[in-house]
Design a protein around this ligand. Structure first.
Ligand SMILES: [Ca+2]
Length: 66
C-alpha cells in the first residue's frame, strides 16, 4: 500500500483519462503505459474494476492505489 494522497491520485487519474469522461478505459491505460502486458492488464482489471463494467472509475482507482 502506498500513501499517495487523493489530490495526487486525482492528478494521475486525470492524466490517464484523456477523454475526460471520468473513467479509465483499457485503451486509455495502454496509451499511458504502453509497455504493460496483457496479463498485467487483465490482473489490473480483476483487481480494480469492482463493478465489472470494463473501465475504472476514480473511486475504483483510489481503492486500488491509496
Ligand atoms: Ca476516459
Amino acid at each position: 500500500m502506498s500513501s499517495q494522497s487523493v489530490p495526487e491520485l486525482r492528478k494521475l487519474f486525470d492524466e490517464i483519462d484523456q477523454s475526460g469522461d471520468g473513467y479509465i478505459s483499457q485503451a486509455e491505460f495502454v496509451r499511458r503505459f504502453p509497455h504493460v502486458t496483457a496479463e498485467a492488464l487483465a490482473a489490473l482489471g480483476d483487481a480494480a474494476d469492482v463493478d465489472g463494467d470494463g473501465r475504472i472509475s476514480f473511486e475504483e482507482f483510489v481503492r486500488l492505489l491509496a
